[in-house]
Design a protein around this ligand. Structure first.
Ligand code: C2E
Ligand code: MG
Ligand code: MG
Ligand code: MG
Length: 280
């Protein structure tokens, strides 16, 4: 009973938050950014935007606490609009300051199928000046399977604009290889479930190696999620994985911390040496 009341209370708060307009959303819906590192050059080439709710009394809430409620309330498209605008604006600033990073944004099934998505992406690209090729939309296999024909049409329209498409959490859903060949994806994100097993399990390593080879033949780059230690990073590099993302490099960071962190690592635009302080 108490749990149900708690959930209903949070749902009410989510509803008010998402409908509150830009000012409050801008204050409370924040993005943390997690770096993606090229395994060959060691450079940071992109970041994934991960949403958090800076709640006035409950503290910083992770997506899994409030996103299901946002989805249930039919408010995901509104939230995604906010996330996309914010992420593109921040990425455009870094680019302007000499660190042109790719920015990845997660898109749920309800958003991919929503008629407002394409106009939203157009508006965000025009408004921010972000190069379309620097924007990556992450979708999961389940998102794509919900309505394959619609998913194909929308993803083709997106890539026609130059926006990149990533298949998130790859390997956890019901992957159809035939279907993958039709999708205009540019990136495949190996789920953390594979990453954590690749050291101890030879068979998992075999599967990852074969998956990477297939992805490369289809022209996709492969990013491994959830890389937490150096040994795993080295094994993944040996299996020809292109990029690594995980606590080994950095946790998802608030923008100011990311900018500070970027000064300690090589980035594109500043080859071979640490980036200068961005935005200073
Ligand atoms: P995801 O897209 O698969 O994101 C990766 C998750 O793994 C993130 O959790 C990240 O913090 C976590 N992670 C990264 N590196 C490591 C690691 O080395 N070890 C471990 N144990 N975990 C790691 P987070 O931020 O809690 O996000 C959870 C999920 O929420 C995301 O999974 C994504 O599906 C969803 N999400 C986040 N932001 C958004 C958004 O703006 N829109 C939508 N639709 N979904 C979002
Ligand atoms: Mg993701
Ligand atoms: Mg993922
Ligand atoms: Mg995952």
């Amino acid at each position: 009973d108490a749990r149900l009341r708690e959930r209903a209370g949070l749902a009410d708060e989510v509803r008010r938050l998402v409908r509150s307009g830009h000012e409050r959303m801008g204050r409370e819906v924040v993005l943390h950014y997690q770096p993606q590192v090229d395994l060959t050059s060691g450079r940071v080439v992109g970041v994934e935007a991960l949403v958090r709710w800076q709640h006035p009394t409950r503290g910083l809430l992770p997506p899994l606490v409030f996103l299901p409620l946002v989805e249930e309330l039919g408010l995901m498209q509104l939230l995604t609009g906010h996330v996309l605008r914010r992420a593109a604006a921040e990425a455009a600033t870094w680019s302007h300051d000499g660190v042109p990073l790719r920015i990845s944004v997660n898109v749920s099934a309800s958003c991919l199928g929503h008629p407002d998505l394409l106009p939203l992406v157009d508006e965000v690209l025009t408004g921010s000046g972000l190069a379309p090729g620097r924007l990556v939309l992450e979708v999961t296999e389940t998102t794509l399977m919900a309505d394959p024909d619609l998913a194909l049409a929308v993803t083709h329209a997106l890539t026609h604009r130059g926006v990149q498409l990533s298949i998130d959490d790859y390997g956890t859903g019901y992957s159809s290889l035939a279907y993958l060949t039709d999708l205009p994806a540019t990136e495949l994100k190996l789920d953390r479930a594979f990453t954590v097993r690749v050291l101890g399990e030879p068979r998992t390593a075999e599967i990852v190696e074969a998956t990477v080879a297939l992805a490369h033949r289809l022209g996709l780059r492969v990013v491994a999620e959830g890389v937490e230690d150096e040994e795993t990073r080295a094994v993944l590099h040996g299996l020809d994985v292109d990029e690594s993302q995980g606590y080994l490099h950095a946790r998802p960071l608030p923008p100011a911390d990311l900018v500070r962190w970027l000064t300690t690592v090589p980035c594109p635009g500043r080859p071979g040496r640490p980036a200068l302080v961005v935005g200073s």
